[in-house]
Design a protein around this ligand. Structure first.
Ligand SMILES: [Fe+2]
Length: 202
């Protein structure tokens, strides 16, 4: 019998492992020289509100957390440069496919379009650039449990294709609204090894 290429882990929480760990992930703070533009962009994209604003810093949230995002006003910064190590993207999970699709459409009407739309297998993900070119991933989980995700990792072609398969979101929305089932909408098709690099952005 062939050994599986990957041994996915169904994670236990640190607490379940008897450890003291943070209770939650709280917020991200971004420094910017495009202060007003960044506040407006994140307010629109995340449906966030500014809970506390000042000329120096603004704190935004969209849920029960007092702030999920801090935006710090620092005039004169240079643009980000991908030659340097740093954050690759921030990711936000929506509750449902309906919510992700509604968000895609709402943002498209505002002229905010993703630069990469991909079915990773575990998530359907829409990647946007904020005004400073930080990547923001809006996603929905394909599987309801970590066990189901681990099972998919084990039995899919993820080892060959860890990137995903690009999707046409308007097409997915049309199929979904025409009554196609969520599972087939979110099912990542198999592709050939030579097609994997073509699934990258750009
Ligand atoms: Fe991600």
């Amino acid at each position: 019998m062939n050994a599986p290429a990957i041994q996915p882990l169904v994670p236990k929480t640190a607490k379940e492992r008897g450890k003291i760990a943070p209770a939650k992930f709280a917020h991200v703070a971004l420094r910017t020289s495009k202060y007003e533009e960044m506040i407006a962009w994140y307010s629109k994209v995340l449906e966030a509100e500014v809970v506390l604003g000042s000329p120096i810093a603004s704190f935004l949230t969209y849920d029960e957390e007092h702030h999920r995002l801090a935006i710090l006003n620092m005039p004169g910064l240079e643009d980000q440069d991908r030659r340097y190590a740093g954050t690759e993207h921030l990711a936000f999970t929506y509750e449902s496919l309906d919510d992700l699709f509604a968000t895609y459409e709402r943002l498209a009407e505002l002229g905010i379009m993703p630069f990469w739309t991909i079915n990773h297998g575990g998530t359907l993900s829409l990647y946007y650039h904020d005004p400073d070119q930080t990547q923001v991933e809006l996603q929905v989980d394909v599987f309801e449990t970590n066990e189901a995700l681990a099972d998919w990792f084990q039995n899919s072609d993820f080892g060959m294709n860890p990137v995903g398969v690009k999707v046409d979101v308007p097409d997915l929305i049309a199929r979904y609204r025409a009554g196609e089932n969520r599972d087939t909408i979110l099912n990542r098709p198999n592709i050939e090894p030579h097609q994997v690099m073509a699934q990258m952005p750009g």
